[in-house]
Design a protein around this ligand. Sequence first.
Ligand code: MYA
Length: 171
Amino acid sequence: MKLKILKKQNNARRCFVCGVDNNEGLKTEFYELEDGTLAATAVAHPFHQSYPGRVHGGVSTALLDETIGRAINITEPETWGVTVEITTRFKKPVPYDVPLLVIGRITENRSRLFSGEGRLILPDGTTAVTASARYMKLKLTDIAEFDGTVDTWELFPREGDPAALDLPDEK
Ligand SMILES: CCCCCCCCCCCCCC(=O)SCCNC(=O)CCNC(=O)[C@H](O)C(C)(C)COP(=O)(O)OP(=O)(O)OC[C@H]1O[C@@H](n2cnc3c(N)ncnc32)[C@H](O)[C@@H]1OP(=O)(O)O
């Protein structure tokens, strides 16, 4: 199903998942879709491997963690949270050097905790990894040593940013 992108989210600079200056990271981009899903696009590299030919499960988990955690910002742009639990199910190997799509949704939102689920989808539409996670809401100043210079939080628009994304049915 093709879904319109309503908004691109900010990126950090050094974050392993979204840091635009982190050349060992994933440089993931996050897009809010019209149906309330958060979609993330990324390419993993050979230096993210576990066994040769497959991406480390911890890397896939990190992608899912941040995608689910950021999905809260669709309705609450000022909410920040830390992951308190994540459960991941690895169904297929994830290869590097191919475009990966990750989607996340919030399933429960309470005053102190929120939960969500997500899946990592391969270019052929297969779901390779699923996850569910829970986060505790905290003030940004209680989470981050944020000086606003090296570690910024900004929108990095790109000419290649898509206007819509095709979400395959679950398989
Ligand atoms: C600006 C720059 C931005 C950079 C980029 C950002 C990208 C965004 C990335 C986003 C994605 C990436 C995100 C990341 O990678 S976040 C990094 C990974 N996660 C962490 O570092 C979290 C580490 N843990 C902690 O700091 C503490 O444990 C916290 C602060 C969470 C709680 O310690 P604290 O000592 O304060 O609290 P407490 O232990 O007394 O518990 C307090 C209450 O909470 C309840 N409780 C606790 N745990 C759970 C649980 N699992 N399920 C249900 N309930 C739970 C507990 O029962 C109690 O309830 P009650 O008895 O009071 O009723």
